[in-house]
Design a protein around this ligand. Structure first.
Ligand SMILES: Cc1cc2nc3c(=O)[nH]c(=O)nc-3n(C[C@H](O)[C@H](O)[C@H](O)COP(=O)(O)OP(=O)(O)OC[C@H]3O[C@@H](n4cnc5c(N)ncnc54)[C@H](O)[C@@H]3O)c2cc1C
Ligand SMILES: NC(=O)c1ccc[n+]([C@@H]2O[C@H](COP(=O)([O-])OP(=O)(O)OC[C@H]3O[C@@H](n4cnc5c(N)ncnc54)[C@H](OP(=O)(O)O)[C@@H]3O)[C@@H](O)[C@H]2O)c1
Length: 305
């Protein structure tokens, strides 16, 4: 009995330590070894942030509409803000009498002078209803913190990096590809973008123009896209269907010429949480496990809501 009590006490103490560590690593810029889904489940992350952290009021520099409900924009950059590709910060806009904050992944690479973000305008969305009206020279609040653990340094090995994105989830992958590190780390990079229709295949021209930039950058890039609302026709050389169905029917691997295995493949999933949940089951079925605090894994995720 005494032994059982001791065990329970020990487990409680360990859990408390983990909680403190995770909160600390979320609040300061320490590399964190858990995955963001785990943090979210523990209640440390939310899509609506209210706590005050250091921020500055920056300026919108440029706005580009890809479709009426999909835009990217650039802003001036706080000197204090540093980040890794794959991370995000919080952006604030004044709505009525208060500032509303939301998480946005960086599209810009860490060495760019301006910050770039991409956003879907959500019907009746509190933040994006205001975001849809931004123009160059408008003021925008940018927090100085970097957040998130979907970064390539979490993978200790692997030959092929699979980046699976739905909708705006492509943003962090563009940031990674604008940076040098990922090109040196892997042999193949497969970027798969799942969208409703071809108009949402954002950053396509830039991605198609990407080439390894020096002899040291050995990765070969393969671009794939999945169009879900396709009327039976594949468009723009994309696969018809959702990412999940092209995975299930084998067309995704066939199109890339690569097979997903625990030894060769490292996978990042970003965007729609249902897609991530469904793909998580498929990862496990292939023997891939998520990166955790003390164990190297084969996949990482970032849910947008
Ligand atoms: C870690 C993280 C990173 C994020 N990065 C981005 C980003 O780079 N770009 C971006 O557009 N959003 C991103 N988001 C979502 C963003 O923070 C807001 O939730 C989104 O802008 C909607 O805010 P809102 O107040 O307008 O809508 P709300 O009133 O808060 O409505 C939320 C609902 O909008 C829908 N929704 C939210 N985000 C998206 C999206 N990206 N695409 C499609 N539907 C969505 C979902 O149905 C969700 O339940 C991110 C979220 C997280 C947690
Ligand atoms: N993009 C538009 O034309 C449009 C129009 C009106 C409103 N909106 C609103 O704008 C916001 C952004 O929409 P979005 O299209 O960028 O994002 P989204 O709804 O996440 O869809 C992006 C892609 O992910 C796919 N997807 C959804 N659930 C999936 C799952 N479980 N597994 C695999 N793939 C999945 C979608 O397929 P499905 O097409 O099969 O869902 C689509 O191809 C949403 O709030 C939406 O309501 C968008």
């Amino acid at each position: 009995m005494a032994l059982i009590c001791l065990k329970i006490l020990l487990i409680c103490a360990l859990q408390a330590t983990c909680v403190v560590d995770e909160q600390r690593s979320f609040m300061v810029k320490e590399p964190y070894a858990g995955d963001s889904d785990f943090l979210r489940k523990q209640g440390f992350m939310s899509t609506s942030f209210s706590s005050a952290k250091p921020f500055s009021i920056e300026q919108v520099v440029g706005v580009r509409y890809w479709t009426p409900s999909l835009l990217s924009f650039t802003t001036t950059r706080p000197l204090e803000l540093n980040y890794l590709p794959g991370q995000y910060t919080r952006i604030g806009l004044t709505v009525g009498h208060r500032v509303v904050w939301r998480a946005f992944s960086f599209v810009s690479a860490p060495n760019e002078r301006l910050l770039e973000f991409v956003a879907a305008l959500v019907p009746d969305g509190l933040f994006t209803s205001r975001l849809g009206a931004i123009q160059p020279n408008d003021e925008i609040h940018i927090e100085h913190e970097n957040y998130g653990f979907m970064t390539t340094d979490r993978f200790v090995d692997g030959d092929d990096l699979w980046m699976l994105a739905t909708g705006t989830g492509i943003g962090p992958f563009v940031s990674m590809l604008r940076d040098d590190a990922v090109w040196k780390q892997f042999r193949h990079i497969v970027l798969v973008h799942g969208v409703r229709g071809p108009a949402e295949l954002i950053y396509r021209d830039e991605l198609q123009g990407m080439q390894p930039r020096s002899g040291k950058e050995r990765a070969q890039i393969l671009l794939a896209c999945c169009i879900s609302r396709h009327n039976g026709m594949a468009a723009n050389d994309c696969l018809p269907g959702r990412i999940t169905s092209t995975w299930d029917n084998g067309t995704l691997e066939l199109a890339t010429g690569l097979t997903i295995t625990p030894t060769a493949s490292r996978v990042m999933l970003c965007g729609n949480p249902q897609m991530i949940e469904e793909m998580r089951a498929r990862m496990h079925a292939r023997g891939l496990v998520p990166c955790r605090r003390m164990t190297a894994g084969q996949f990482l995720t970032e849910n947008y809501w």
